[in-house]
Design a protein around this ligand. Structure first.
Ligand code: ATP
Length: 432
């Protein structure tokens, strides 16, 4: 029997009640290596897709395995069964699993994947692409998981990427509190900076590597190389419990991959993601909860409100924007309702150019030096003190120093999405 290349991807195996798609990948890989002599030709891929999809469970993640196997038929049967049995079908999971037997990944699949990062795609479209690309697939539940499966299958990750080591708990420990030593996390973070990210949020004193649910993940450590994330094991291994094992995934996490496309405000589709270059066209104002709203205008004159949410930590910057400022924002388009218009939810804010700002003052009385009062629109000014009237006097514009600087502003780590590129990664992106 000759060796064959087999690409496998699956998604939507979990629900809010537990389980986890990456854990299923960990189990599948363990089995395939041991029982089928399968070899991975790449790290298992953990691909995050459009984070604005309303029906996602948590982080909209899907997994892809690129393998060399002896008996593709047997491997396909095993994985199909593992996905069916290992999924929370009936309590919210709608799994899809896709297989491609080929040495290369067809262009239409790569295109579908690029769209799945930033757009909303239908199951019907996924089926059409799968057939055209020679992909075998199985779906369960409503089958929406096929979209994510193809999104992962078509993602070569041949540009910027990161790694995540995910360590798993033994079944008997799932649901128990995770005991991690904050000091060790802080030290590990400092020792490996800038090559690991989002371990710890210094602004809020919060450990970020451990999830909070009953799922089997003990911790996940993200970084620039397999070696650096692997070094988390000796550094952070819990003393209180024995772990089940771990996997290093290659990933688009921390790359802003979903924000690469430019969004045109005029035709912006709900739930899409991208970036918008625009001018601030209305004075920002704060609403209840400390969120900040302002209107932006694109070069074709199309306008839309934008929202910066308080927990991102960006609201205190956004409130200082002025009409006329040139900005670029990473956004997700929030659906309009009968009560609210469509709105751009801001994920990062890059201030490109600050408009001059002025304080507007009434003119000073030529006779006595006191500031005058307006007599009404186009009616000039009168001095309260000496009653001098001046119909030609005009308002005075005094230049005011701006309270913000041009530059990039991104959310505080605790508010990061999986795909958010952390500040420390700017400038160290990979190109292959
Ligand atoms: P977890 O992060 O715990 O793995 P999740 O957030 O990935 O969970 P899923 O249970 O995988 O959530 O659900 C996401 C669903 O959305 C899947 O059915 C997936 O196929 C689908 N999906 C992903 N991207 C898109 C997209 N761009 N358009 C339409 N559907 C999508």
């Amino acid at each position: 029997m000759h060796v064959q290349t087999l690409h496998v991807a699956f998604d939507d195996t979990d629900s809010r009640t537990g389980r986890c798609t990456t854990h299923l990948a960990f189990k599948v890989v363990e089995h395939l290596k041991k029982e089928e002599g399968a070899k991975l030709v790449d790290y298992p891929l953990l691909i995050r897709l459009n984070p604005n999809i309303p029906w996602k469970t948590r982080g909209n993640g899907a997994v892809c395995l690129r393998l060399q196997v002896q008996d593709a038929g047997r491997v396909i049967d095993h994985i199909r069964q593992a996905v069916e049995e290992g999924s929370a079908i009936g309590s919210g999971a709608n799994p899809g699993v896709a297989f491609l037997q080929s040495d290369s990944v067809p262009a239409e699949l790569q295109k579908f994947s690029a769209l799945a990062m930033c757009d909303v795609l239908s199951r019907q479209m996924a089926e059409k692409v799968a057939k055209a690309a020679g992909v075998q697939y199985s779906t369960f539940g409503n089958g929406q998981g096929l979209v994510g499966s193809l999104g992962a299958l078509g993602c070569l990750l041949d540009g910027d990427h990161t790694y995540e080591l995910i360590a798993y708990r033994k079944p008997e420990n799932c649901g128990l509190p995770r005991v991690v030593d904050k000091e060790r996390v802080i030290k590990f973070s400092a020792d490996t900076y800038p090559n690991t990210f989002n371990n710890y949020d210094r602004n809020h004193g919060r450990v970020l590597i451990t999830p909070h649910g009953a799922d089997p993940v003990f911790f996940g450590v993200r970084g620039e190389s397999p070696e650096v994330v692997a070094s988390a094991l000796p550094a952070l291994q819990p003393l209180e419990e024995e772990l089940d094992g771990w996997t290093i995934f290659r990933s688009n996490q921390g790359t802003n991959m979903h924000l690469q496309n430019e969004i045109r405000v005029a035709g912006a589709k709900a739930y899409t993601a991208g970036h918008v270059k625009c001018r601030v066209s209305g004075k920002p104002y704060a609403i209840e909860g400390g969120h900040v709203i302002f209107t932006v205008e694109q070069d074709d004159g199309a306008e839309m409100p934008a929202a910066v949410y308080e927990p991102t930590g960006l609201a205190k910057v956004a409130i200082k924007l002025e009409a006329g400022d040139l900005i670029e924002i990473g956004v997700g388009v929030r659906k309009g309702t009968t009560k609210h218009p469509k709105i751009l939810n801001v994920e990062y804010l890059s201030v490109l150019e600050l408009a001059p700002a002025f304080d507007v003052l009434n003119p000073v009385c030529k006779m006595c030096g006191k500031r005058m009062k307006s007599e009404g629109r186009n009616k000039g000014y009168q001095c309260d003190r000496c009653k001098h009237r001046d119909v030609n006097a005009k308002k005075i514009f005094v230049p005011r120093e701006r309270e913000i600087k041009t530059g990039l502003y991104i959310p505080t780590p605790k508010a990061h999405r999986h795909l958010t590129k952390p500040l420390q990664r700017y400038g160290i992106e990979k190109s292959s």
